[in-house]
Design a protein around this ligand. Structure first.
Ligand code: SF4
Ligand SMILES: [Zn+2]
Length: 418
Protein backbone atom coordinates (compact mmCIF):
# COMPACT_ATOMS: atom_id res chain seq x y z
CA UNK A 1 0.00 0.00 0.00
CA UNK A 2 1.19 3.51 -0.72
CA UNK A 3 2.32 5.78 2.05
CA UNK A 4 -0.92 7.73 2.09
CA UNK A 5 0.67 11.05 1.14
CA UNK A 6 -1.48 14.00 0.28
CA UNK A 7 -0.70 17.35 -1.26
CA UNK A 8 -1.30 19.07 2.05
CA UNK A 9 1.63 17.40 3.86
CA UNK A 10 4.40 17.55 1.23
CA UNK A 11 6.85 20.40 1.94
CA UNK A 12 6.89 23.06 -0.76
CA UNK A 13 10.57 22.58 -1.71
CA UNK A 14 9.99 18.86 -2.25
CA UNK A 15 7.07 19.66 -4.51
CA UNK A 16 9.06 22.22 -6.50
CA UNK A 17 11.90 19.77 -6.97
CA UNK A 18 9.52 17.03 -8.09
CA UNK A 19 7.90 19.33 -10.66
CA UNK A 20 11.14 19.75 -12.61
CA UNK A 21 12.17 16.09 -12.68
CA UNK A 22 11.18 13.30 -15.09
CA UNK A 23 8.87 10.54 -13.95
CA UNK A 24 10.93 8.50 -11.45
CA UNK A 25 12.18 5.04 -12.29
CA UNK A 26 12.15 4.20 -8.58
CA UNK A 27 8.71 3.24 -7.26
CA UNK A 28 9.44 4.87 -3.90
CA UNK A 29 9.79 8.30 -5.51
CA UNK A 30 6.66 8.21 -7.61
CA UNK A 31 4.07 9.24 -5.02
CA UNK A 32 5.84 12.59 -4.51
CA UNK A 33 6.17 13.18 -8.23
CA UNK A 34 2.49 12.49 -8.88
CA UNK A 35 1.19 14.51 -5.94
CA UNK A 36 3.43 17.47 -6.76
CA UNK A 37 1.45 17.99 -9.96
CA UNK A 38 -1.93 18.19 -8.30
CA UNK A 39 -4.14 21.15 -7.78
CA UNK A 40 -6.59 21.22 -4.88
CA UNK A 41 -9.59 19.03 -4.18
CA UNK A 42 -13.18 20.13 -4.67
CA UNK A 43 -15.02 21.15 -1.49
CA UNK A 44 -17.44 18.39 -0.49
CA UNK A 45 -20.14 17.72 2.08
CA UNK A 46 -19.44 14.40 3.90
CA UNK A 47 -23.18 13.77 4.17
CA UNK A 48 -23.89 14.10 0.44
CA UNK A 49 -22.56 12.07 -2.47
CA UNK A 50 -20.64 14.26 -4.86
CA UNK A 51 -22.80 13.04 -7.74
CA UNK A 52 -25.51 10.53 -8.59
CA UNK A 53 -27.28 9.58 -11.75
CA UNK A 54 -29.29 7.00 -13.62
CA UNK A 55 -27.75 5.25 -16.58
CA UNK A 56 -28.76 2.43 -18.86
CA UNK A 57 -26.65 -0.66 -19.12
CA UNK A 58 -27.00 -4.08 -20.61
CA UNK A 59 -27.39 -6.64 -17.84
CA UNK A 60 -26.16 -10.21 -17.82
CA UNK A 61 -29.65 -11.32 -18.82
CA UNK A 62 -29.44 -9.31 -22.03
CA UNK A 63 -31.96 -6.72 -20.89
CA UNK A 64 -31.17 -3.04 -20.83
CA UNK A 65 -31.71 -1.99 -17.24
CA UNK A 66 -31.58 1.28 -15.41
CA UNK A 67 -28.69 1.57 -12.98
CA UNK A 68 -28.52 4.00 -10.07
CA UNK A 69 -24.93 5.15 -9.79
CA UNK A 70 -23.88 6.97 -6.64
CA UNK A 71 -20.48 8.62 -6.34
CA UNK A 72 -19.86 8.49 -2.62
CA UNK A 73 -17.92 11.18 -0.81
CA UNK A 74 -15.21 9.63 1.35
CA UNK A 75 -11.57 9.68 2.30
CA UNK A 76 -9.04 9.60 -0.51
CA UNK A 77 -7.74 6.28 -1.74
CA UNK A 78 -4.33 5.40 -0.23
CA UNK A 79 -2.79 4.59 -3.63
CA UNK A 80 -1.40 7.24 -5.96
CA UNK A 81 -1.90 5.90 -9.46
CA UNK A 82 -0.28 7.90 -12.21
CA UNK A 83 -3.46 8.27 -14.28
CA UNK A 84 -5.95 8.84 -11.45
CA UNK A 85 -7.87 12.06 -10.89
CA UNK A 86 -10.51 10.63 -8.57
CA UNK A 87 -8.81 12.26 -5.56
CA UNK A 88 -10.33 15.57 -6.69
CA UNK A 89 -13.66 14.53 -5.23
CA UNK A 90 -12.46 13.02 -1.97
CA UNK A 91 -11.85 14.12 1.60
CA UNK A 92 -8.63 14.18 3.61
CA UNK A 93 -10.36 12.53 6.60
CA UNK A 94 -12.49 9.46 7.16
CA UNK A 95 -16.21 10.23 7.25
CA UNK A 96 -18.14 9.67 10.47
CA UNK A 97 -20.13 6.46 10.89
CA UNK A 98 -23.57 7.07 9.42
CA UNK A 99 -22.42 9.50 6.73
CA UNK A 100 -22.28 6.94 3.91
CA UNK A 101 -25.80 5.56 4.59
CA UNK A 102 -26.99 9.19 4.71
CA UNK A 103 -25.39 9.81 1.31
CA UNK A 104 -27.15 6.78 -0.14
CA UNK A 105 -30.47 7.98 1.30
CA UNK A 106 -29.89 11.38 -0.20
CA UNK A 107 -29.24 10.04 -3.69
CA UNK A 108 -31.85 7.27 -3.72
CA UNK A 109 -34.63 9.57 -2.60
CA UNK A 110 -33.99 11.73 -5.64
CA UNK A 111 -33.23 8.95 -8.11
CA UNK A 112 -36.29 6.96 -7.10
CA UNK A 113 -38.43 10.02 -7.70
CA UNK A 114 -36.95 10.23 -11.18
CA UNK A 115 -37.51 6.62 -12.20
CA UNK A 116 -40.70 5.00 -10.93
CA UNK A 117 -42.05 2.92 -13.78
CA UNK A 118 -42.88 -0.72 -12.93
CA UNK A 119 -40.34 -3.45 -13.41
CA UNK A 120 -40.90 -5.53 -16.51
CA UNK A 121 -40.48 -9.23 -17.23
CA UNK A 122 -36.92 -10.32 -17.93
CA UNK A 123 -37.21 -12.60 -20.90
CA UNK A 124 -35.59 -12.61 -24.31
CA UNK A 125 -32.00 -12.02 -25.25
CA UNK A 126 -31.96 -8.34 -26.12
CA UNK A 127 -34.89 -6.32 -24.88
CA UNK A 128 -34.52 -2.62 -24.52
CA UNK A 129 -36.61 -1.76 -21.50
CA UNK A 130 -36.81 1.99 -21.82
CA UNK A 131 -37.86 3.62 -18.57
CA UNK A 132 -37.47 0.30 -16.83
CA UNK A 133 -37.41 0.55 -13.06
CA UNK A 134 -33.96 0.86 -11.60
CA UNK A 135 -32.70 -2.63 -10.91
CA UNK A 136 -29.02 -2.24 -10.23
CA UNK A 137 -26.95 0.05 -8.09
CA UNK A 138 -23.32 1.11 -8.31
CA UNK A 139 -21.65 2.53 -5.22
CA UNK A 140 -18.46 4.08 -6.56
CA UNK A 141 -16.28 5.70 -3.93
CA UNK A 142 -13.23 6.91 -5.88
CA UNK A 143 -11.18 4.19 -4.20
CA UNK A 144 -11.95 0.91 -2.50
CA UNK A 145 -15.27 0.12 -0.87
CA UNK A 146 -13.44 -2.28 1.45
CA UNK A 147 -10.89 0.29 2.58
CA UNK A 148 -11.93 0.78 6.23
CA UNK A 149 -10.67 4.36 6.20
CA UNK A 150 -12.88 5.15 3.22
CA UNK A 151 -16.12 3.35 4.10
CA UNK A 152 -16.39 2.66 7.86
CA UNK A 153 -17.02 -1.09 8.25
CA UNK A 154 -19.59 -0.39 10.97
CA UNK A 155 -21.74 1.11 8.19
CA UNK A 156 -21.70 -2.01 6.03
CA UNK A 157 -24.87 -3.39 7.55
CA UNK A 158 -26.80 -0.15 7.11
CA UNK A 159 -25.53 0.10 3.54
CA UNK A 160 -26.54 -3.50 2.83
CA UNK A 161 -30.07 -2.80 4.07
CA UNK A 162 -30.33 0.14 1.70
CA UNK A 163 -29.11 -1.65 -1.42
CA UNK A 164 -30.56 -5.13 -0.88
CA UNK A 165 -33.64 -4.19 -2.88
CA UNK A 166 -31.57 -4.07 -6.08
CA UNK A 167 -30.92 -7.14 -8.18
CA UNK A 168 -27.26 -6.27 -8.47
CA UNK A 169 -24.99 -4.25 -6.21
CA UNK A 170 -21.71 -3.11 -7.72
CA UNK A 171 -18.84 -1.74 -5.64
CA UNK A 172 -15.21 -1.05 -6.54
CA UNK A 173 -12.02 -2.17 -4.84
CA UNK A 174 -8.25 -2.38 -5.30
CA UNK A 175 -7.26 -6.08 -5.55
CA UNK A 176 -5.11 -5.77 -2.41
CA UNK A 177 -8.24 -5.15 -0.31
CA UNK A 178 -10.31 -7.99 -1.71
CA UNK A 179 -10.87 -10.51 1.06
CA UNK A 180 -13.06 -11.44 4.02
CA UNK A 181 -14.81 -8.03 4.26
CA UNK A 182 -16.20 -8.58 0.76
CA UNK A 183 -17.67 -11.91 1.87
CA UNK A 184 -19.19 -10.36 4.97
CA UNK A 185 -20.73 -7.60 2.89
CA UNK A 186 -22.02 -10.14 0.35
CA UNK A 187 -23.71 -12.00 3.21
CA UNK A 188 -25.13 -8.82 4.70
CA UNK A 189 -26.74 -7.95 1.38
CA UNK A 190 -28.18 -11.43 1.00
CA UNK A 191 -29.47 -11.43 4.58
CA UNK A 192 -31.04 -8.01 4.18
CA UNK A 193 -32.67 -9.16 1.01
CA UNK A 194 -34.08 -12.27 2.60
CA UNK A 195 -35.32 -10.16 5.51
CA UNK A 196 -38.88 -9.74 4.28
CA UNK A 197 -38.80 -8.30 0.81
CA UNK A 198 -40.15 -4.94 1.95
CA UNK A 199 -38.58 -1.71 0.83
CA UNK A 200 -35.71 -0.73 3.10
CA UNK A 201 -36.19 2.23 5.39
CA UNK A 202 -34.11 4.39 3.07
CA UNK A 203 -37.09 4.67 0.80
CA UNK A 204 -39.15 6.37 3.45
CA UNK A 205 -36.84 9.31 4.07
CA UNK A 206 -38.15 12.77 3.40
CA UNK A 207 -36.68 14.88 0.65
CA UNK A 208 -34.02 17.35 1.62
CA UNK A 209 -33.38 20.58 -0.19
CA UNK A 210 -31.21 20.99 -3.26
CA UNK A 211 -29.39 18.29 -5.21
CA UNK A 212 -25.91 16.84 -5.06
CA UNK A 213 -25.45 16.61 -8.78
CA UNK A 214 -22.11 17.57 -10.21
CA UNK A 215 -22.67 19.63 -13.37
CA UNK A 216 -19.78 18.02 -15.23
CA UNK A 217 -21.08 14.56 -14.49
CA UNK A 218 -24.61 15.51 -15.34
CA UNK A 219 -23.36 16.63 -18.72
CA UNK A 220 -21.26 13.59 -19.31
CA UNK A 221 -23.84 11.04 -18.30
CA UNK A 222 -26.98 12.65 -19.69
CA UNK A 223 -29.88 11.08 -17.85
CA UNK A 224 -30.01 12.25 -14.27
CA UNK A 225 -32.68 12.54 -11.62
CA UNK A 226 -32.00 16.18 -10.95
CA UNK A 227 -35.39 17.43 -9.89
CA UNK A 228 -36.63 17.23 -6.31
CA UNK A 229 -39.98 15.56 -6.91
CA UNK A 230 -42.23 13.98 -4.27
CA UNK A 231 -40.88 10.65 -3.09
CA UNK A 232 -42.57 7.66 -4.70
CA UNK A 233 -42.22 4.11 -3.33
CA UNK A 234 -39.57 2.11 -5.11
CA UNK A 235 -40.83 -0.94 -7.03
CA UNK A 236 -39.67 -3.94 -5.05
CA UNK A 237 -39.62 -7.48 -6.33
CA UNK A 238 -37.18 -10.01 -4.89
CA UNK A 239 -34.95 -11.52 -7.57
CA UNK A 240 -34.79 -15.31 -7.59
CA UNK A 241 -31.21 -15.47 -8.90
CA UNK A 242 -28.82 -17.43 -6.71
CA UNK A 243 -25.10 -17.18 -6.43
CA UNK A 244 -23.29 -19.51 -8.79
CA UNK A 245 -19.70 -20.69 -8.63
CA UNK A 246 -18.85 -18.47 -11.61
CA UNK A 247 -20.32 -15.35 -10.08
CA UNK A 248 -23.20 -15.25 -12.58
CA UNK A 249 -26.57 -14.31 -11.18
CA UNK A 250 -25.12 -13.07 -7.90
CA UNK A 251 -26.19 -9.91 -6.18
CA UNK A 252 -22.74 -8.57 -5.44
CA UNK A 253 -20.37 -7.51 -8.19
CA UNK A 254 -16.94 -6.15 -7.54
CA UNK A 255 -15.20 -3.81 -9.98
CA UNK A 256 -11.41 -3.90 -10.06
CA UNK A 257 -9.05 -1.80 -12.13
CA UNK A 258 -6.74 -4.01 -14.12
CA UNK A 259 -5.75 -0.90 -16.10
CA UNK A 260 -3.45 -2.84 -18.43
CA UNK A 261 -2.08 -6.33 -18.84
CA UNK A 262 1.23 -4.83 -19.99
CA UNK A 263 3.40 -5.76 -16.99
CA UNK A 264 5.98 -2.97 -17.33
CA UNK A 265 3.41 -0.26 -17.94
CA UNK A 266 1.29 -1.55 -15.07
CA UNK A 267 4.31 -1.28 -12.78
CA UNK A 268 4.92 2.30 -13.89
CA UNK A 269 1.31 3.27 -13.23
CA UNK A 270 2.19 3.12 -9.51
CA UNK A 271 -0.87 1.03 -8.72
CA UNK A 272 1.35 -1.27 -6.66
CA UNK A 273 -0.32 -4.31 -8.09
CA UNK A 274 0.96 -7.16 -10.24
CA UNK A 275 -0.97 -9.25 -12.74
CA UNK A 276 -0.61 -12.22 -10.38
CA UNK A 277 -2.12 -10.26 -7.55
CA UNK A 278 -5.03 -9.26 -9.77
CA UNK A 279 -5.49 -12.88 -10.85
CA UNK A 280 -5.54 -14.09 -7.25
CA UNK A 281 -8.11 -11.49 -6.22
CA UNK A 282 -10.28 -12.46 -9.19
CA UNK A 283 -10.00 -16.12 -8.27
CA UNK A 284 -11.07 -15.31 -4.70
CA UNK A 285 -14.18 -13.59 -6.05
CA UNK A 286 -14.95 -16.45 -8.41
CA UNK A 287 -14.64 -19.04 -5.63
CA UNK A 288 -16.99 -17.03 -3.47
CA UNK A 289 -19.71 -16.32 -5.99
CA UNK A 290 -19.00 -12.62 -6.43
CA UNK A 291 -19.15 -11.33 -10.01
CA UNK A 292 -16.20 -9.45 -11.46
CA UNK A 293 -16.19 -6.24 -13.49
CA UNK A 294 -12.85 -5.03 -14.82
CA UNK A 295 -11.70 -1.56 -15.83
CA UNK A 296 -9.19 -1.45 -18.67
CA UNK A 297 -7.42 1.74 -19.75
CA UNK A 298 -7.23 2.42 -23.45
CA UNK A 299 -3.84 3.93 -24.11
CA UNK A 300 -2.24 4.28 -20.71
CA UNK A 301 0.99 6.33 -20.60
CA UNK A 302 4.16 4.96 -22.22
CA UNK A 303 2.38 3.30 -25.18
CA UNK A 304 1.95 4.68 -28.67
CA UNK A 305 -1.36 4.39 -30.49
CA UNK A 306 -0.85 1.07 -32.28
CA UNK A 307 0.66 -0.63 -29.22
CA UNK A 308 -2.17 0.77 -27.14
CA UNK A 309 -4.80 -0.96 -29.25
CA UNK A 310 -2.91 -4.23 -29.10
CA UNK A 311 -2.60 -3.99 -25.31
CA UNK A 312 -6.22 -2.97 -24.85
CA UNK A 313 -7.12 -6.23 -26.59
CA UNK A 314 -4.69 -8.26 -24.54
CA UNK A 315 -6.01 -6.65 -21.38
CA UNK A 316 -9.59 -7.59 -22.29
CA UNK A 317 -8.39 -11.16 -22.91
CA UNK A 318 -6.67 -11.18 -19.52
CA UNK A 319 -9.78 -9.86 -17.77
CA UNK A 320 -11.96 -12.58 -19.28
CA UNK A 321 -9.35 -15.21 -18.48
CA UNK A 322 -9.71 -14.03 -14.87
CA UNK A 323 -13.46 -14.61 -14.99
CA UNK A 324 -14.77 -11.11 -15.70
CA UNK A 325 -18.40 -10.86 -16.70
CA UNK A 326 -18.00 -7.22 -17.72
CA UNK A 327 -15.04 -5.28 -19.05
CA UNK A 328 -15.27 -1.52 -19.13
CA UNK A 329 -12.89 0.28 -21.49
CA UNK A 330 -11.83 3.65 -20.18
CA UNK A 331 -9.90 6.06 -22.41
CA UNK A 332 -7.03 7.57 -20.45
CA UNK A 333 -7.78 11.26 -19.96
CA UNK A 334 -5.93 14.37 -19.02
CA UNK A 335 -6.90 16.13 -15.81
CA UNK A 336 -4.62 15.24 -12.92
CA UNK A 337 -1.53 17.27 -13.78
CA UNK A 338 0.73 14.23 -14.01
CA UNK A 339 -0.55 13.17 -17.42
CA UNK A 340 -0.20 16.70 -18.76
CA UNK A 341 3.43 16.61 -17.61
CA UNK A 342 4.03 13.25 -19.27
CA UNK A 343 2.43 14.53 -22.47
CA UNK A 344 4.90 17.43 -22.46
CA UNK A 345 7.69 14.88 -22.27
CA UNK A 346 6.23 12.78 -25.12
CA UNK A 347 5.28 9.92 -22.79
CA UNK A 348 1.52 10.18 -23.01
CA UNK A 349 -1.25 11.00 -25.45
CA UNK A 350 -4.94 10.21 -25.01
CA UNK A 351 -6.26 7.55 -27.40
CA UNK A 352 -7.82 8.47 -30.74
CA UNK A 353 -11.46 7.71 -31.34
CA UNK A 354 -10.76 4.99 -33.95
CA UNK A 355 -8.63 3.21 -31.35
CA UNK A 356 -11.51 3.23 -28.89
CA UNK A 357 -13.83 1.97 -31.59
CA UNK A 358 -11.47 -0.83 -32.56
CA UNK A 359 -10.95 -1.83 -28.92
CA UNK A 360 -14.70 -2.10 -28.35
CA UNK A 361 -15.19 -4.02 -31.59
CA UNK A 362 -12.50 -6.45 -30.52
CA UNK A 363 -13.96 -6.95 -27.05
CA UNK A 364 -17.53 -7.44 -28.20
CA UNK A 365 -16.38 -9.73 -31.00
CA UNK A 366 -14.87 -12.11 -28.44
CA UNK A 367 -18.36 -12.89 -27.08
CA UNK A 368 -16.88 -13.81 -23.71
CA UNK A 369 -18.91 -11.29 -21.73
CA UNK A 370 -20.13 -7.73 -21.92
CA UNK A 371 -17.70 -5.07 -23.01
CA UNK A 372 -18.51 -1.38 -22.67
CA UNK A 373 -16.66 1.77 -23.56
CA UNK A 374 -16.90 4.89 -21.43
CA UNK A 375 -18.36 7.62 -23.65
CA UNK A 376 -17.98 10.65 -21.42
CA UNK A 377 -16.24 13.51 -23.21
CA UNK A 378 -15.89 11.44 -26.35
CA UNK A 379 -15.40 14.52 -28.50
CA UNK A 380 -12.02 15.04 -26.82
CA UNK A 381 -10.74 11.92 -28.56
CA UNK A 382 -11.91 12.96 -32.00
CA UNK A 383 -10.19 15.17 -34.54
CA UNK A 384 -13.32 15.48 -36.68
CA UNK A 385 -16.41 17.38 -35.53
CA UNK A 386 -18.26 16.18 -38.65
CA UNK A 387 -18.67 12.58 -37.49
CA UNK A 388 -18.12 12.48 -33.73
CA UNK A 389 -21.82 12.49 -32.81
CA UNK A 390 -22.58 9.66 -35.23
CA UNK A 391 -19.68 7.72 -33.81
CA UNK A 392 -20.86 8.34 -30.27
CA UNK A 393 -24.33 7.01 -31.16
CA UNK A 394 -22.82 3.93 -32.74
CA UNK A 395 -20.69 3.18 -29.68
CA UNK A 396 -23.65 3.77 -27.38
CA UNK A 397 -25.71 1.30 -29.40
CA UNK A 398 -22.85 -1.19 -29.32
CA UNK A 399 -22.65 -0.83 -25.55
CA UNK A 400 -26.34 -1.63 -25.25
CA UNK A 401 -26.67 -4.29 -27.92
CA UNK A 402 -23.25 -5.93 -27.61
CA UNK A 403 -23.06 -6.24 -31.35
CA UNK A 404 -20.45 -4.82 -33.69
CA UNK A 405 -22.34 -2.33 -35.85
CA UNK A 406 -21.36 -0.96 -39.23
CA UNK A 407 -18.64 1.67 -39.02
CA UNK A 408 -19.40 5.30 -39.65
CA UNK A 409 -17.95 6.45 -42.97
CA UNK A 410 -16.97 10.08 -42.85
CA UNK A 411 -16.06 11.89 -46.06
CA UNK A 412 -14.12 14.46 -44.13
CA UNK A 413 -11.80 12.27 -42.07
CA UNK A 414 -12.39 8.76 -43.35
CA UNK A 415 -12.34 7.66 -39.70
CA UNK A 416 -8.61 7.17 -39.82
CA UNK A 417 -6.21 7.55 -36.94
CA UNK A 418 -4.45 10.84 -37.56
S1 SF4 B 1 -6.44 2.53 -6.80
FE1 SF4 B 1 -8.04 3.47 -8.08
S2 SF4 B 1 -8.84 5.21 -6.89
FE2 SF4 B 1 -6.90 4.58 -5.97
S3 SF4 B 1 -5.38 5.93 -6.92
FE3 SF4 B 1 -5.45 4.03 -8.11
S4 SF4 B 1 -6.93 4.41 -9.77
FE4 SF4 B 1 -7.22 6.01 -8.20
ZN1 LIG C 1 -15.04 12.54 -39.58
Amino acid sequence: MAAGLSLEIIPRFVREQAVTTPYPEQPGERDHWIIARRVGRNPLDPFKPHAFLLEEERAESGEIVSVATIFLTNRECPWRCLMCDLWKNTLAETVRAGAIPAQIDHALARLVAADVSPRRASTGSCRVLTNAATRQIKLYNSGSFFDPRAIPPEDHEAIARRVAVFERVIVECHPALVGEPALRFRDLVEEARAWDGKPPSVLNVSMGSGTALTPALSLRRGRIGASAQPLTPFPVEPCPAKAGADGLGTKLELAMGLETAHPEVLEKLNKRMTLDQFRRAAEFLRRNGIALRVFVLVRPPFLHEVEALDWAGRSVDFAFDCGATVVSLVPTRFGNGALEELAGRGQFSPPKLPTLEAALEYGIGLKRGRVFVDLWDLEKFSDCPACVEQRRRRLHEMNLRQMVLRRVICERCGGRIR
